[in-house]
Design a protein around this ligand. Structure first.
Ligand SMILES: [Zn+2]
Length: 417
């Protein structure tokens, strides 16, 4: 962050005029370019006999070492640190963080310090009664900006070029996890656009926020997502129709069944009579009972595999997959590469492979590790309706217009909630 220091210095110096700046900032049209410097209409009051020295903490620096290095007596440095402790944990100041030392220009003695904490400025000054600490709020506005690009190398590289942060790119991949296979679905020339939230502070800093809306065109298939907060619930991403994109899984892959064996680290195997882990759930059900895919996905395997007997394996996302074993027969049209939706019949209960009676052997995998499906707190399939849906449609249309027609980096000042 190259401009941070100059911005900091500027912001700190004129913090006395924050009110004027707030008016300036909020009254001005939301700019589409970054203003590194705000030029106040009137010069800020100069009542300072002090100078400031900007210090960027380096690896191994502590606040104590910085203060004593600049000549502050150790005991005074300790009391200063005690004074700021209620506002900021001095240990949380890390290499790369900036502080401003307030010094007497005549002898360079440390008279105080200032540090910016997200949306506050903390200032400690020497007074006749010792150190006094005060906190000032730094005015800020929340804006949104559009970042767009096309894939020539990877979503990551092109995302960074388009001005997204690494975190935002990860979020974007997470939002579309169930829609797009980020390893294979992208082709050179595919495009993306995202409306991202930013907080702009009066001292010129901008901190990136969440992705409000995004559209990806992968494999010539456009998919979009919109961040929305239903009344009384937590916000999440929805598709254009208002379906939650946190693609859910069904509670179970078949109905009218009884769980005959749950996920366990150790159980006596009914055939081999040895104690071995059973990292699966067995559902006892009559032969021929239809078994459904627990979620949308792509069939990765459909056929015979040793102890599993007739097996179907489905990949739901980069992270999740599921396996269904001992089928008497595999469902119609279920073969490697087929797309399935939650609830599609993929096979019928049987006892092929190592099984003592008809049951479904069900495994759920996260990053190829078998995990306990029953212990998962999975999102329910949900769809917006009523007043939430009406609000959603309004938000969606606004965002779509921005994504599709908006210029580069247009700031729109959209507020959530
Ligand atoms: Zn089993």
């Amino acid at each position: 962050m190259k401009p941070l220091r100059s911005c900091l210095e500027f912001g700190l110096r004129f913090v006395g005029a924050t009110l004027a700046m707030a008016v300036l900032l909020l009254g001005a049209p939301l700019l589409d370019t970054v203003s590194e410097r705000y030029e106040p209409a009137t010069a800020p009051p100069v009542q300072e006999l002090h100078a400031r020295v900007g210090v960027t903490l380096r690896r191994g620096d502590t606040l104590l070492s910085v203060l004593t290095h600049h000549g502050l007596e150790r005991s005074l440095a300790h009391t200063l640190i005690e004074r700021i402790a209620p506002f900021v944990n001095p240990r949380k100041l890390r290499s790369g963080d900036n502080i401003q030392l307030i010094v007497d220009p005549r002898d360079k003695s440390v008279q105080g310090m200032e540090v910016v904490l997200q949306d506050n400025l903390l200032r400690v000054k020497s007074t006749s009664e010792g150190w006094s600490a005060e906190r000032h709020e730094i005015p800020s506005v929340r804006e949104s900006a559009i970042k767009r690009g096309s894939i020539t190398d990877s979503l990551y590289e092109n995302g960074i070029k388009a001005g997204l942060t690494a975190q935002q790119i990860l979020d974007l991949a997470g939002v579309f996890e169930y829609e797009i296979d980020f390893f294979s679905d992208f082709q050179p020339g595919d495009a993306f656009a995202a409306v991202v939230e930013e907080t702009r502070y009066a001292d010129g800093r901008r901190t990136p926020g969440r992705i409000l809306a995004a559209e990806l065109e992968a494999n010539s298939k456009p998919v979009s997502a919109f961040y929305f907060v239903p009344r009384g619930q937590r916000g999440t991403y929805y598709d254009e129709q208002g379906h939650s994109l946190r693609r859910a899984f069904l509670r179970a892959p078949l109905s009218y069944a009884r769980i005959s064996s749950t996920f366990t680290g150790a159980r006596r195997h009914p055939i081999f009579r040895t104690v071995r882990p059973h990292r699966a759930i067995d559902y006892a059900a009559p032969t021929g009972t239809p078994v459904v895919a627990i979620g949308r996905g792509r069939v990765e395997f459909a056929g015979r595999r040793a102890g599993y007997g007739n097996l179907v394996e489905i990949r739901h996302s980069n992270d999740f997959s599921s396996r269904y074993g001992h089928f008497s027969r595999i469902g119609q049209g279920i073969r490697r590469g087929s797309q399935v939706d939650a609830g599609d019949v993929i096979g019928y209960v049987g006892q092929t492979g190592h099984a003592t009676g008809p049951h479904l052997h069900f495994e759920f995998l996260k990053r190829d590790q078998k995990i306990n499906f029953l212990g998962l707190d999975l999102p329910k399939i949900e769809r917006l309706n009523g007043a939430d849906f009406e609000r959603f449609v309004e938000f969606r249309n606004q965002q779509l217009a921005a994504l599709r027609n908006g210029g580069r980096d247009t700031a729109m000042g959209i507020r959530l909630e």
